[in-house]
Design a protein around this ligand. Structure first.
Ligand SMILES: Nc1ncnc2c1ncn2[C@@H]1O[C@H](COP(=O)(O)OP(=O)(O)OP(=O)(O)O)[C@@H](O)[C@H]1O
Length: 249
């Protein structure tokens, strides 16, 4: 089973260090890990560092991977300018780093990714003509189609309506369970983190200030200190923890 562990990881742009000394437990396939923190805390920067796109000291340890491309990434900015159909763009994502010849399995995986995200009807559309939410789902399909062992998604629900937010996070939760994929997902919606993730890492000004089981990490004290809101967490009628925000402070 795939594992990911960070040991004293730093990340910098030029000479400026943005992410400082992050160490985590050893995360495993099948887990969904929320990456939380206010704007500019360093979430996207940490993702880029894990991907090897940024320099910095420390170690990103990935082991027991079986995938051809172990890590897939869905960036926050999903703007698309290329003149490609949705189908072509997802197939292109699939073929990156693989052989040049498209096999039947590649086409099947594209169909499957589009179907998982309920966007098969968009297959022939030009990606430049899509709505923001449609583009975000296509970007998720481009990541999923790679069949990674580790999937990192940067605020994947930010442009989606409520139904599609819940649908996408439900699909991710199921894929983590079924394929034993490790999913790291940056989220601003704390309610979604409580509902869909097992573990949470909280960044503040580039430092990891909390890491553990999501229900243990997300407390009224943390929400007051990090997000500057007064909030309560109470079980709903089904016993699931619900976030009730009272005010910004
Ligand atoms: N290319 C860059 N060059 C220099 N500084 C950058 C660059 N990209 C981001 N930063 C800075 O790094 C810090 C962390 O940014 P980052 O995008 O990682 O935050 P984030 O937690 O993902 O924020 P948000 O929730 O707003 O998306 C910010 O101060 C930002 O201005």
């Amino acid at each position: 089973m795939v594992t990911l562990q960070l040991k004293n990881v730093c990340a910098r742009y030029g000479r400026k260090t943005i992410v400082h000394d992050i160490s985590t437990p050893c995360f495993q396939g099948g887990q969904v890990v929320a990456l939380l923190g206010p704007n500019a805390a360093g979430k996207s920067t940490l993702f880029r560092r894990i991907l090897g796109l940024l320099k910095g000291s420390g170690d990103v340890l990935i082991s027991h991977t079986t995938a051809e491309r172990p890590v897939a990434y869905m960036p926050q900015d999903t703007g698309a300018k290329a003149v490609l159909s949705v189908y072509e763009s997802v197939l292109l994502a699939r073929m990156q780093g693989r052989s040049l010849t498209v096999q039947a399995d590649d086409l099947a995986q594209v169909d499957k990714a589009l179907a998982e995200l309920n966007i098969s009807a968009l297959a022939e559309r030009d990606i430049g003509d899509l709505s923001g939410g449609q583009r975000q789902l296509v970007s998720a399909a481009q990541a999923l189609v790679q069949e990674p062992d580790i999937l990192m998604l940067d605020e994947p629900t930010s442009a989606l309506d409520l139904n599609r937010q819940i649908s996408l996070l439900s699909v991710l939760r199921r894929l983590a369970d079924e394929r034993q994929m490790l999913i790291l997902v940056a989220l601003h919606d704390i309610g979604h983190a409580l509902r869909f993730t097992d573990h949470a890492m909280v960044l503040e000004q580039g430092r990891l200030i909390a890491c553990g089981a999501t229900e243990d990490v997300i407390t009224p004290e943390l929400l007051r200190g990090v997000y500057r809101v007064n909030a309560r967490i109470e079980p709903c009628s089904k016993g699931r923890p619900q976030l009730i925000v009272e005010e910004a402070i």
